[in-house]
Every structure is written in C-alpha cells, then in structure tokens.
Design a protein. Structure first.
Length: 130
C-alpha cells in the first residue's frame, strides 16, 4: 500500500499510521514507516586519539564496518589520530561507533571526537586509505 490522502484518523486501519506532510494528512502502512525510520541515512566523521596506530585499528574498523553495513573510510593521520568517515543507516552507524570507541584488543582509545556530516551517498564500500 502506498500513501493516500484521508480526512481523519478514524479512516485508518489498524495496520496504518498517520503522517503529516505540510498541510496534508497521509496514511501509510506501519511497515513502510518502520522501514523509513530504520533506513534514515547519516554521516559522521570520527577522530580517535590514543594508542590507535600500529595496533590493527584500521583493519578492526574495516571489519566492523562490514559487520554493520557502513560505508566510508578509515585512515591514519600524521598527528597520531585515526580518522573515520562513516555513512549508513542511523542504527548501524551508532553500533559501528560503539565498536570504534572500544577499538581492537591492543588499542587504547583516549578521546573520541564526533563531527556530523551531510550524507552524500558517494561511498559504495568501506576502505582503508593510506
């Protein structure tokens, strides 16, 4: 079922919800709304400081990105930080961020900076940049 106009909430079936779009009321299935909520795309840049270079952090990030279906890149910075750009669904990027904040076994994350970005859709994979 797609979105249709309706006049009041009493016109809804039990498996539908109401959306307010500008001055119009629309109805859509709950399943479509849940899909829309879980696929909201976000993008973040993370700057990680600590014992994060030379300990497998980039490979750890790449594996975590694959697990969470996140796109973007990870790279070592000249100042000793690791930079990550991550784009994907809000839920998956949030779970990916938790993994990054923990890091691999031999790492130590001292500081974790988050910078919100506009999602671009330019990434089709997650890669290690040099």
């Amino acid at each position: 079922m797609g979105q249709e106009e309706f006049s009041s909430a009493s016109d809804l079936n039990s498996d539908e919800i109401c959306l307010v779009l500008g001055d119009e009321l629309r109805r859509t299935s709950k399943q479509q709304k849940i899909h829309t909520m879980t696929t909201t795309r976000v993008a973040w840049k993370f700057l990680i400081t600590g014992e994060v270079q030379g300990v497998g952090y980039r490979f750890f990030a790449q594996r975590a990105a694959a697990r969470h279906q996140v796109f973007g890149y990870v790279r070592n910075c000249p100042d000793g930080k690791v930079e990550v750009v991550a784009e994907g669904s809000q839920n998956e990027v949030e779970e990916f961020k938790k993994d990054l904040a923990t890091g691999p076994q031999w790492s130590r994350v001292d500081h974790f900076e988050e910078i919100s970005l506009e999602p671009t859709g330019q990434y089709s994979s997650f890669r290690i940049e040099h």
